[in-house]
Design a binder for this molecule. Structure first.
Ligand code: AHR
Length: 305
């Protein structure tokens, strides 16, 4: 456990309003909207917080600038959903020097654990593995041509979901025809898939999309090319947001691994604990599920996002 940067008697510790700067990645996906909502709800005025919210539009430099501005404002704590893994050492050191604790949510960084108090999020590598295991169960030794829509280059989920998937399909008949980033967005998922379909007409059996939004964009491209998503090209993706689950129920996506965005309450609890000087673990993993079409149909109406 670590209490890096915990201030000696912060505003938060004595019952006053706790000011928290939250550096969100942007608004790239349905997952992100649900995560922002969960954070806003947990860091509400009723719960004793003042939230200073910044969304960096997927620009790592802008996100670091936002964190610097939180430090200059003298917030009580900083929460970051880091766009990319690298490049955090300097600004995290500045926060530590200013005795402002940093709590990471969702994505991880490559910087030393000493530079932040704790992290809470999902096991992206396992998500990739689960997606890959489904692909192996479905295609086995059969010669299978896959295309991949990667998340934001340099982001923890893009790195780990790629690694976990490749590990799982090792020794199977699945090979990668093409792999390119779609930045976790629907629009880029569509344009990149259009390129794949042109370059590899009639060859693609399987699409692995690092999130539902890119899969949904790709579905538009596949349909526009006169093909049937889920049949001519099978699709596996990650997140299990509402629109993704609907496409799974409709048979356009074949399998989805969940990535739970409802992290707000746990992050808020950790912020309080860290400000109170309590020992916390360096990392907290939240459990994910996965869904076939039939399983999605059973749960779709009761899911919170
Ligand atoms: O970091 C989590 C990822 O970021 C989600 O899977 C994706 O949809 C989001 O943009």
């Amino acid at each position: 456990g670590s209490t890096a940067g915990a201030p000696a008697g912060s505003d938060g510790a004595d019952g006053d309003v706790i000011t928290v700067g939250f550096a969100q990645t942007g608004a790239e996906s349905g997952w992100r909207s649900a995560n922002t909502e969960s954070m806003r709800a947990a860091f509400s005025a009723e719960n004793g917080f003042e939230l200073v919210f910044n969304a960096a539009d997927n620009d790592p430099a802008a996100q670091i600038a936002a964190v610097r501005s939180f430090i200059n404002q003298g917030v009580d704590a900083i929460v970051i959903a880091p766009i990319v893994e690298d490049g955090w050492d300097d600004v995290l050191q500045e926060a530590a020097d200013a005795e402002i604790p940093v709590i990471l949510e969702d994505r991880t960084v490559s910087a030393s654990e000493d530079l932040y108090a704790t992290w809470v999020g999902l096991d992206f590598r396992k998500e990739g593995q689960t997606a890959g295991e489904w692909a192996v169960e479905t295609f086995g030794d059969e010669e299978t041509n896959m295309v991949v829509l990667e998340g934001t280059t340099g982001s923890a989920p893009a790195n780990d979901r790629a690694e976990g998937f490749l590990e799982a399909i090792e020794g199977s008949g699945i090979t990668t025809l093409a792999s390119q980033t779609g930045n976790f967005t629907r629009a880029e998922g569509k344009t990149v898939m259009e390129g794949f379909l042109q370059a590899h007409a009639g060859e693609i059996d399987l699409l692995y999309a690092h999130n539902d939004d890119m899969a949904l964009g790709a579905i538009d491209a596949i349909e526009a090319a006169g093909l049937t998503p889920g049949e001519d090209i099978q699709i596996v993706s990650i997140d299990a947001v509402r629109d993704g689950m609907q496409a799974l129920v409709d048979g356009k996506i074949n399998f989805i691994v969940e990535c739970n965005p409802m992290l707000g309450e746990q992050v808020a609890d950790l912020v309080r604990q860290v400000l109170d000087g309590e020992e916390v673990e360096p990392a907290y993993f939240v459990e994910d599920q996965s869904f076939t079409s039939e399983q999605a149909a059973e749960v779709i109406d009761t899911r919170p996002y």
